[in-house]
Design a protein around this ligand. Structure first.
Ligand code: PDD
Length: 445
């Protein structure tokens, strides 16, 4: 029989039987016993105590009772019992090392996840969960689990993303842009957001065309051709394994090496191009679309060239914050008494079956989703009218909704506290969302 130096007992095995086996085989030379992911608070450790010759017992991810640990220490005085799990494992738990804590497979969350970068050795139960169960407490509420999952997802995304910067695909932690970049100093840049469904780009051609227009309106050079841009988008989708999500693209007037209001010579200062992915599983099946969103009306104080998709997003961000403060999801902006658009979407109402949305001009962004939705609506024999409307008219409409690359068609059910129609998502918005997703997927690239 070969000498056994290290014996690893993983979670899931019948610990008691294993220890009996060990006791039977105690003639073996065993230097180290590793017990992973076992929670033997009620374990009979007699077989373990019957083992001889151990130099080290590594207990990881278990919840050993003080009595058992004391018995092990008494039986193996020379053994260095490794009790890391009670202090280090960030899934708990124990030392309170990490606040994301309180989650484990037992409370149906982590399923073997590792917060610390080391594969989790306690896939069954974290200490706090055991404690909770033993005290008859409910382990975790849904909100805590959701918050935990979101943090985990965010961590996974940000830990592993490959991004594109000026010709290179890099881990996001290695990607750099100069502090003199004019996007950073002057908001002198434009952007696009393209959604990904089924691993394919939705309406790429529309976004590429609008990017070209934004660049040309600002007299900015395109750093790559639109064909190259498609290759980069696809490569990022592949490298980051995106099934559903978004690709953010930003082009700025580059980094001239100092701060200066005047535009630099493009021959000397190439534009900066940056792209990154945002993984959003469940984007198409967003539960918010079944509930709808609430908006408030705010004054539109943005500059006069909203048709150019610039990175000057401070006011839209402030608008979202105003909405949040009012207990709502978003804001519709109003100029001269009429709604222009949402902070990051185009706004619509439905009255008597007719879809009404503001006409295109420099006052609003020419949404790529807007163009597709209006086309599909007309193809489905729905009536469309392009004109502006007031908040009061919107409040009295049968339905309201917004469109954007990140939300597709999203029903609006409340405006400034007044329910729109029945106060639930209406049939026109629901149908348009369905058509949009179906038709866009057919031609996704
Ligand atoms: N926003 N209006 C504004 C002000 C926007 O910022 C957007 C898009 C839209 C809708 O455009 P499109 O359908 O092409 O996405 C309208 C993106 C999604 C954003 O900033 O994240």
């Amino acid at each position: 029989m070969p000498d056994l130096r290290v014996l690893n007992i993983e979670a899931g095995v019948e610990i008691k039987q294993k220890l009996v086996d060990l006791a039977f085989l105690r003639g073996l030379r065993l230097d180290e016993l590793r017990l992973n992911g076992i929670a033997p608070h009620d374990l009979d450790i007699a077989p373990l105590l019957a083992l001889g010759g151990l130099k080290r017992i590594a207990i990881h991810g278990a919840d050993w009772s003080d009595d058992n640990l004391a018995a092990i220490a008494a039986r193996f005085p020379a053994v260095q019992a490794d009790l890391r799990q009670l202090r280090d494992c960030p899934a708990d738990i124990g030392g309170g090392a990490v606040s994301n804590a309180a989650a484990c497979a037992r409370c149906c969350v982590c399923a073997g996840a590792s917060f610390c970068g080391v594969p989790c050795a306690m896939p069954r139960a974290c200490k706090s969960c055991w404690r909770g169960l033993m005290r008859g407490l409910r382990p975790l509420d849904k909100k805590t689990i959701k918050a935990y999952q979101m943090r985990k997802l965010h961590k996974e995304q940000t830990m592993t993303r490959t991004v594109y910067v000026n010709g290179e695909y890099l881990p996001e932690t290695e990607a750099k842009v100069s502090i003199f970049d004019r996007g950073f100093l002057m908001a002198d840049g434009v952007y696009e957001v393209t959604s990904v469904l089924g691993g394919k780009l939705i309406d790429f051609a529309g976004h590429a065309k609008r990017l070209e227009r934004s660049l040309s309106e600002l007299d900015m050079a395109a750093p790559v051709t639109m064909d190259e841009l498609l290759v980069i988008h696809r490569e990022l989708v592949k490298l980051n394994g995106i099934e559903e999500g978004m690709i953010y693209l930003q082009v700025t007037r580059g980094a001239p090496g100092d701060r200066d209001f005047a535009f630099p010579d493009p021959a000397e200062t190439p534009s900066t191009i940056v792209l990154f992915t945002q993984n959003k599983p469940g984007l198409a099946d967003n539960p918010v679309a079944k509930k709808g969103i609430k908006v408030i009306g705010i004054e539109d104080i943005r500059w006069g060239r909203r048709d150019i998709k610039t990175v000057q997003l401070l006011y839209p961000s402030m608008g979202k914050m105003m909405a949040k403060k009012a207990g709502c999801d978003d804001a519709w902006m109003i100029e001269d008494g009429k709604v222009t658009e949402g902070t990051s979407n185009n706004a619509y109402i439905v009255k008597g079956g007719k879809i009404i949305t503001r006409e295109l001009s420099n006052d609003i962004l020419h949404g790529i989703t807007r163009a597709a939705v209006l086309r599909f609506a007309k193809e489905a024999q729905m009536e469309v009218e392009e004109r502006s409307f007031t908040i009061e008219e919107a409040q009295g409409a049968d339905e309201a909704f917004v469109t954007s690359a990140s939300t597709f068609v999203m029903p609006v059910v409340e405006i400034d506290g007044a329910a729109v129609g029945t106060g639930t998502p209406g049939p026109v918005a629901a149908r348009l969302r369905e058509i949009y997703l179906e038709e866009s997927l057919k031609v996704a690239v």
